[in-house]
Design a binder for this molecule. Structure first.
Ligand SMILES: Cc1cc2nc3c(=O)[nH]c(=O)nc-3n(C[C@H](O)[C@H](O)[C@H](O)COP(=O)(O)O)c2cc1C
Length: 323
């Protein structure tokens, strides 16, 4: 399968959400969707004791790690470690607008330093064999014109980077929280479509506000890939049709109950390895989305988390899903 075909649909990196357990759940539902980790900082990899942040299940492939950082050497070292761990792609976060991240001079504020971003990515790509990619915004603060984005992408692509994931809104560095930065700056899909026209050889993935498979299909008329974040977390079963509708392959997923059971088998195994029950169970909240007993299902999950035991609740949870 070609590179762009593999990246037709992906799940957005989301801190506290797309951990290894959530990714396992999503992989049960779609065999094809491309997965991304939460952002992992170079500091955590090189100087922290956070090696568990690099852990993933072999079933997750294809899976990319997203790095946060801006020091060339640290990014190169982290990229090499991630490659040795077996990740299929290394992505650099140039889109996070949080204060903490700005203080570390990484995330969205790096859009103001395209030459430095190009240097980082080039050094990373020279040192690893897997593809190095970037996830960025349209611009930051008052830089709202298309030329800003064009100039940024032009400089970075000259450094040899071929795949850009664009969250189709600006990042506001001062005055908006990360949460507000995900819905207040307006979405400008036309900028991303124009980018694909101006750089037809680049692989362009569009992200931001995509909620349905039909919307994915519409975007795919103009760009190479779609990336879905919140909608897939809030309703993981949404991605059920990705394999058939976007990749044209058979999907053997037909019921939420079977996904639940496979995931709970996984949870039981991981509990033996010392993983935290609440971290694993919380990803199930969205599975009952739209169902008659959705609220009761969520309350039952909270009960399991509170009691710190899955035990006899497995069957009760299954019975609360309608199919
Ligand atoms: C809880 C949460 C955490 C996020 N963490 C990250 C992150 O670690 N790295 C990143 O590039 N974007 C992060 N994002 C932004 C998403 O990747 C995505 O760009 C954004 O949510 C827009 O896509 P959506 O409308 O499909 O959710 C996060 C978003 C949410 C909701």
């Amino acid at each position: 399968m070609s590179y762009s075909n593999m990246h037709k649909a992906s799940i957005a990196p989301m801190m506290q959400y797309t951990d290894m357990h959530d990714r396992y759940l999503l992989r049960l539902i779609s065999k094809k969707v491309f997965l991304y980790t939460e952002m992992v900082t170079t500091g955590a990899i090189l100087y922290g004791k956070c090696f568990h942040q690099l852990e993933f299940n072999k079933e997750e492939h294809p899976v990319a790690i997203q790095l946060g950082g801006s020091d060339v050497d640290d990014l190169v070292k982290s990229a090499k470690i991630a490659e040795d761990y077996g990740y299929d792609e290394i992505n650099l976060n140039v889109g996070c607008p949080s204060d903490r991240v700005q203080k570390g001079r990484f995330g969205a504020c790096l859009m103001l330093e395209p030459d430095h971003v190009a240097e980082c990515l080039n050094a990373m790509q020279t040192n690893v064999k897997v593809p190095v990619t970037i996830k960025c915004r349209l611009g930051v603060d008052h830089h709202e014109d298309y030329e800003f984005l064009y100039n940024f992408v032009n400089i970075v692509q000259n450094a040899g980077i071929k795949h850009f994931i664009i969250h189709a809104r600006n990042g506001i560095l001062k005055g908006l929280s990360p949460r507000q930065n995900r819905h207040i700056p307006p979405l400008k899909y036309d900028y991303v479509y124009q980018l694909k026209k101006d750089f037809p050889n680049l692989n362009i993935t569009i992200n931001g506000g995509i909620k349905t498979i039909d919307e994915c299909k519409e975007h795919l008329k103009y760009v190479d890939g779609v990336m879905i974040g919140r909608a897939a977390y809030e309703n993981p079963f949404l991605i059920k049709d990705i394999d058939t509708e976007l990749y044209g392959i058979e999907s053997n997923v037909n019921s939420k109950k079977s996904i639940l059971n496979q995931y709970l088998d996984y949870v039981e195994d991981k509990l033996q390895e010392g993983h935290d029950l609440s971290r694993m169970m919380k990803h199930l909240f969205g599975l009952s989305r739209g169902d008659k007993f959705a609220k009761t299902f969520r309350i039952k999950i909270l009960e399991v988390i509170k009691k710190e035991s899955l035990g006899q609740h497995r069957k009760e949870l299954e019975d609360l899903l309608i199919y």
